[in-house]
Design a protein around this ligand. Structure first.
Ligand code: SAH
Ligand code: SF4
Length: 383
């Protein structure tokens, strides 16, 4: 089997080229052709020596993920379902906003963490994606969007590792993929604009700080261990105090001076005023000066058999208001791509024979960060 060049960060590609007796600058040229120009055929790479162009196809290839479906929302959100073989599919979502374009990328087929409110978690774990499969989601989306929109410049400005899977449980594939995103010869994304979201794999948070510090989002979802144990089973291994310590250790290396805490609003479970008060006390009281953070409230997207409901809007706002009043910058994510979610039912039907994952994925919704107007004074106090 020959190598897929999407599997390599620049260092990996340089090592591969060295094996072929090629100098490093050839690797840079190849890397730029692949990631900056979206080339998938060596004959396109006109500034590579003809002899190299001729020898590459025998030893390597540039292979994208097969697309099972693409859905375009009226609000501009685009969702791809990629086939990763063995009856598994993963989802990638592009969310355009006025000042940025965000791509939400998957890191695993399924997930082993098994959070109660997550359809991916209910589905169980199939396998880790390779670096090439993580990178292919960006490669495909970026070059599709450029072609589609007739643009030569970058369309995707932000990446969030918030699709399927726990990125920090696929660490060895994740880090080279992040490096491709950040590399000036690759996608050239700023570290502040690449976010890894984790349910709290503490040792890997420490490693990420050393190996490839990017923006960090931590899925907290509960203000105490008893409740978090029941929602995020990984909490039994890495309880909240250890998780917050890891956040504090991460911050000095981080490109942003705060951690984003995600908090999925579940009716009657974690959405009461006392939970908000506990959350305030928790993050402000941890360590000597608290954990510098922002809170992202995520309205729960229901799916069959979850046994959970989304908190009513008024309850979400009340919760956010308490946090803001307490001095924590809090945003509520706005649901995007509603219409393609509606059409998702059909999508699931189409691919049902091929993949159970597709059906479950289709029930997930796309959300983006959207500040809501709380008390302006609360914001000012925080900053
Ligand atoms: N495994 C990582 C990243 C992928 S999940 C993590 O858990 O952080 C990305 C985000 O989607 C997480 O914050 C998770 O809480 C949220 N999420 C999962 N299922 C959801 C649902 N049904 N409704 C709303 N948000 C959900
Ligand atoms: Fe896995 Fe994240 Fe879903 Fe939890 S919320 S099951 S960690 S993907």
């Amino acid at each position: 089997m020959t190598a897929n060049l999407l599997d390599f960060d620049l260092e990996g590609l340089a090592a591969f080229c060295e094996q072929l007796g090629e100098k490093r600058f050839r690797a840079v040229q190849l890397f730029r052709w692949i990631h900056q120009k979206g080339a998938s055929r060596f004959e396109e790479m006109t500034d590579l020596a003809r002899s190299l162009r001729q020898k590459l196809p025998a030893v390597c290839h540039i292979t994208d993920l097969p697309v099972l479906s693409r859905q375009d929302s009226a609000d501009g959100t685009i969702k791809w379902l990629f086939d990763v073989g063995g009856g598994n599919a993963v989802e990638t979502v592009f969310i355009p906003e006025e000042d940025r374009g965000t791509l939400c990328i998957s890191s695993q087929a399924g997930c082993a963490v098994g959070c109660r409110f997550c359809s991916t978690g209910h589905q169980g774990f199939s396998r880790n994606l390779t670096t090439g499969e993580i990178v292919a989601q960006l490669w495909h989306a970026e070059h599709f969007l450029r072609n589609h929109q007739g643009k030569t410049a970058r369309v995707i400005t932000n990446v969030v590792m918030m699709g399927m899977g726990e990125p920090l449980q696929n660490y060895s594939a994740l880090v080279p993929a992040l490096r491709v995103m950040l590399d000036d010869h690759g996608y050239g994304l700023s570290r502040r604009r690449v976010t890894v979201s984790t349910s709290g794999v503490v040792p890997m948070m420490d490693r990420l700080a050393k190996d490839c510090p990017v923006a960090l989002a931590v899925s907290l979802h509960a203000p105490n261990d008893a409740l978090r144990d029941s929602l995020v089973p990984l909490n039994r291994k890495y309880p909240i105090a250890e998780l917050l310590d890891a956040c504090l250790r991460y911050l000095p290396a981080a490109p942003r001076d705060f951690i984003t805490f995600e908090y999925c609003m579940l009716e009657g479970v974690n959405d009461q005023p006392e939970h908000a008060q506990q959350l305030l006390a928790l993050v402000k009281g941890h360590g000597a000066r608290g954990v510098p953070c922002k809170i992202n409230l995520i309205p729960f997207n229901p799916f069959p058999d979850s046994g959970l409901k989304c908190s009513p809007r008024a309850v979400v706002l009340r919760f956010g208001h308490i946090l803001n009043e307490g001095g924590l910058v809090t945003t509520v994510r706005k649901t995007r791509g509603d219409d393609i979610d509606a059409a998702c039912g059909q999508l699931a039907g189409d691919v049902l024979d091929r993949t159970n994952a597709a059906q479950r994925l289709a029930q997930r919704r796309t959300v983006v960060e959207q500040p809501i107007q709380f008390h302006p004074s609360a914001r000012e106090r925080q900053t």
